[in-house]
Design a binder for this molecule. Sequence first.
Ligand code: ADP
Ligand code: GLC
Length: 486
Amino acid sequence: MPPLKICFVSSEVVPFVKAGGLGDVSGALGKYLSRKGHDIRVFMPYYSSIDTRSLPVQVVEFLQNVPVHFGGFTLYFTALTAKLPDSECEVYFIHCEGLYNRSKIYTDEGDEYLRFALLSRAAIECCQRMGWGPDIFHCNDWQTALIPLYLKTIYQWDGLFKQSKTVLTIHNIGYQGMFSAEAVDKLMFGGYRHMLPPEDLGAGMINYLKLGIIYTDLITTVSPTYAQEIQTAEYGSGLHQMLEYRKYRLAGILNGVDYHEWSPENDPYIPHKYSMEDFSGKEKNKKALLERMDLPYDPDAPVYGIISRLTWQKGFELLYEVLGDILSNYELRFVVLGSGEDKYTRFFQSARDQFPGKLAFYNGYHIELSHWIEAGSDMFVMPSRYEPCGLNQIYSLKYGTVPIVRKTGGLADTVQLYDWVTQAGTGFVFEYFNGDSLRWAIDYAFNTFHNKAAWQKIMHNGMAQNFSWEVQVEKYIELYEKLKSW
Ligand code: ADP
Ligand code: GLC
């Protein structure tokens, strides 16, 4: 098979920028696809937060001040390039000072619709100027979901893309990119109103993700269970009927993990390395973590870790119901790292104030600390309302940090409930979104922790799991190949 040509467009790419798992996935797919010999070129914005001191970026001679015409105005971008670390994958940064020089990568500002429309168009314009017709345009989330429609409208004249197919990966259907229909002309869709959903135009809006779902050749999402769930009213955020209609073009591929980055054997951030054969280093990491977070160490008190964006999706309301009682009555510790909405930060701050020796909370984004928590906790808590895939529970398995998760999306696909009779299973899984169910899982984990043999077994079961990108990337390749020959 000749190498595939893949134009991969994403608003986050690790190690350059990351708000959540999208960044991890984009960086890993770039690296692993290029290692398999494919010609993958990654396009992302050149946000002002990207640290250029350690990054040898170069301006691309023939991609300077490229004009992109929108309805009534023109934007200009310059492309810079750098290689993804440890790979030959070329990343193209779209530099447009006026749009990407902001304090945050996502904003509520009036030109948000344009910031990512430009990214989508710039990726296409770069391909044109490179004379490079990709086999696949791989789009991710609403930010790049206009690409299929752009290819079918204003770029339809270009024979370079005649054979190109499009894939749209939904990492999170909760964010759709909904803007006022006033944007339609500016986006250059004025002459193509018949291609926009009339119900949206009637409501005075445009929905980027929906347009992607309608016009892409193939939709993927990041776990098989989530692929099913988004076809239901409960999880589809209003797009379930559209997805049900396109279900034969919808596939669920579980995310992988880059074990070079997330494995206790070679994690450069953690103070003590350990492995499945010898996990003595784990207890030392626990001590170090507790010391760092100013909590007293007690080998019999399990540490429950949390690392998360603090949003509605993640289900922390369930902790409102159970945390006070658990912290009052059990000898345990909670270490929480997160940033996001005020109501959740206030909740964790007040729990910290009320139980200073039992709960520590770091409000912010801290990569090193996230690795320490994975290595130093005994358990990891994710009570998500919905979870397209989730990465931290998969990292946790490798670190022998037993996940406590709700049975939804990728959590259901990656963690199996521990059965104390057969000793099979890798974590504590509860089904219903209510406090009693979470409490049951926390109690079950707490009691099992005090049975050392059972605990070693469950840690071992988890550490033996393999969710490597090495394996998962083959599923994307298979899909691309199929699509190419359609
Ligand atoms: P989501 O993409 O919905 O946020 P995932 O579990 O897929 O959820 O990925 C989250 C990623 O972001 C993980 O790599 C996690 O370690 C990281 N992360 C989330 N919050 C923080 C934080 N406050 N500090 C450091 N890393 C974080
Ligand atoms: C999203 C989801 C998360 C998933 C990540 C990467 O942000 O919330 O579950 O793991 O994307 O696909």
